[in-house]
Design a protein around this ligand. Sequence first.
Ligand code: B12
Ligand code: SF4
Length: 423
Amino acid sequence: MSQYTGEVSFERQVYPDGTYPGRSPSPRFFQDGCFFKTGITAAGPLPWQEQFDEWLSRGMHGCMSYLDRQAEKRRDVSLILGDVRSIVVPAMNYFVDIPHGGDCLKGRISRYAWGEDYHAFILGRLNRLLEHIRAAEPEARGLCYVDTGPVMEKVWGAQSSLGWMGKHSNLITRELGSWFFVGVILLNLELDYDAREKDFCGTCTRCLHACPTGAIIAPYVVDARLCLSYLTIEWKGVIPRPLRRLLGNRVFGCDDCQDVCPWNRFAKPAPEPAFQPRPGNLTPALSSLAAITDAEFESRFSGSPVRRARREALVRNAVVALGNSRSLDAIPALTRALRDASALVRGHAAWALGEVRGSAPPLRDSNRNLPAGESNAGNALEWALFEESDPWVREEIKLVLSRFQESGIRLQTSDPGPDSAGD
Ligand code: B12
Ligand code: SF4
């Protein structure tokens, strides 16, 4: 077994020009868009293992059953690489200095998903780094991961000098804040290890208060079932009614806990062109997302992280966001979505129509000229109910129609329209 005894020899062996980004981040690597910082820690029992077990036993992983299924390997990395000695945790910046837009008819996609899918890209860079290590040390054997295996990337990063786990549970570095991806190389070499980074959250609790759903149930603990990132990406079923309004215009992921973090004022634009926003990912029109077909979804989101949501869930999210816009301009897209092939989409479209039309003043109180289709909302729902066979969608439609009835919103069939004197 080779023993690396010092940073200098390790650097010299890995990169002849001394730019190994390990313990001293190299400006050259930063500019290259490669890893801006790398933590290295000894492989051993998983830190905070009890908390992980409790998290799982309380079902906070929701439908992400892979977390439970491979929990043994997460607890013990030697079940993955028998002679593992070290865990190398490189971080790659993905920050793009553009604020999220505020137009309620445009969808909000999380920053990490604006550009290209990071998995293959970072895996390639990790493997390249591993090759450098192997070239210097032929005995070296390693395995690379970035969300691609049963490795607790954040925990190992927090165990090293890379950064600390913020109260929102993302890793933070003093250099750049938290807008970065984390990779892992399990390595059979013993290395020199730096001390863990300190926790610099102090008394701050901004992220806990900023979370729209209260998913950060305690410092360092996220109940994924409440997290909008989980609900918009991982969860493919019905979004619980009380959470729908909290989605706002988020259609893929959520950045709120990181947006408010004071450490992110140190963020610097990522040099890597792969993370530059695709034009359609910054402020996608909700109406176009709500109408996207399978083929359009595949061509538009191929090679993008957004693909993970799959078409049906993305359209579901867009439809909910249209409802949250409370804009009458959303009605044409929503009435179209009432005829979507997916029951999941149709049911959420019914709810969304209720939000839009239900929040508009009743026609009899309104002197405004309402946009085309507006007065059709209730009518479209009645027709949909007539044709609908899915029990859950029928229930959603009935709920909205009864809400309309209770609040005096009349349907087109009996509605005298805005120019009428009313009753
Ligand atoms: C599952 C998962 C999710 C789930 C669950 C999130 C979660 N917090 O666990 C969902 C879908 C919600 C999610 C959301 C996001 N994710 Co995610 N996700 C993962 C994944 C695949 C596994 C994480 C995991 O193991 N969770 C299980 C829980 C139990 O682990 P944990 O949060 O680390 O919990 C530890 C702490 O609570 C700790 N602990 C408990 N008490 C205490 C007390 C103290 C004092 C301390 C210090 C620690 C501590 O103990 C637990 C472990 O034993 C990782 C990739 C990977 N393989 O690691 C990416 C990963 C964590 N995600 C990532 C990202 C970018 C996101 C989002 C920002 C995406 C977005 N914008 O929508 C959000 C952030 C939401 C949030 N605040 O967590 C990045 C984070 C990068 C970073 N800088 O940290 C990762 C690392 C992917 C990557 N390779 O870069 N994600
Ligand atoms: S917002 Fe405050 S508490 Fe939350 S991670 Fe950032 S510094 Fe820590």
